[in-house]
Design a protein around this ligand. Sequence first.
Ligand code: KPL
Length: 300
Amino acid sequence: MEIVVIGAGSLGTLIGGLLARKHAVTLVGRGPHMAAIQKNGLNITGAIDEQTYPQAVTDATGADAALAVVTVKTYDTASAIEVIKSGSYQAVLSLQNGLTEEQLAAAIDAEVLAGTVTYGAQHTEPGRVTCTGIGEVVLGAHGGGKSSHADRAGDAFDQCGINTIVGTDMPTRRWKKVAVNAGINPVTALARVKNGALQSEPLRTIARQATKESARTARQSGVPLSNREAIAELERVVTATAANRSSMLQDVDAGKRTEIDAICGVVRERADRYGVDVPMTKTLLGLIRGWEKENEVRES
Ligand code: KPL
């Protein structure tokens, strides 16, 4: 299958590199990283030790492929949409944070799929990515239900040894991830702590409150996510990733713009739409936005 991976950050590079085991993959990313891959291939280290050979380009304008996998930061989605619209794809899979698939679906003609990923990845130097944990990919039609494009994408991932499940309940899975991220990411970034610190008070209560507000908002939006389910997932992820620094803490430490708008921002926007009270979400959103404003953050 011809696959274009738009966004060769940590996750995009790892997924693109693994897909290149069996498919004609084009990775789209920044200059030095793409130049290194073009020259010597991609070096995957850590839990996977392998060299693969995706094509690496800095511009995919006008590309023609069966599948586009979107892994850009959420705030770069509009430019990914322009690239997709300039080319031709049968399906587009978002593996991003937030509910970005809805932005994609509103803008493009191809079928939009959504996914969640629990593989860990770290991009340390040009031409190299470290797999920090083997996980799984769950993907499916962005609005839920069955999809032949999702089945084909699932097969393509599976053929490359990527643990993949094709799900028919993506809205619930994606909202569950938003709820977990809304609890973990801003709290760890503001308190400058690893995820495991959310096992103790007072951060535990703050994170749980934000997660519950997201679950309540999901339900008002028509997505069946109970508080109990969302909190159980929060606790599971906090325990499983106790030693990790969340992506938002990493962004804050690096002086980079965060994905707060796609996480707490989207919850607040839906909460306003459906009349849900989300005070903790608004507080965390305001604090992270305030930090971004004061610190002249860099994008990506
Ligand atoms: O997705 C994550 C992130 O850091 O963005 C979690 C699940 C919170 C793990 O750190």
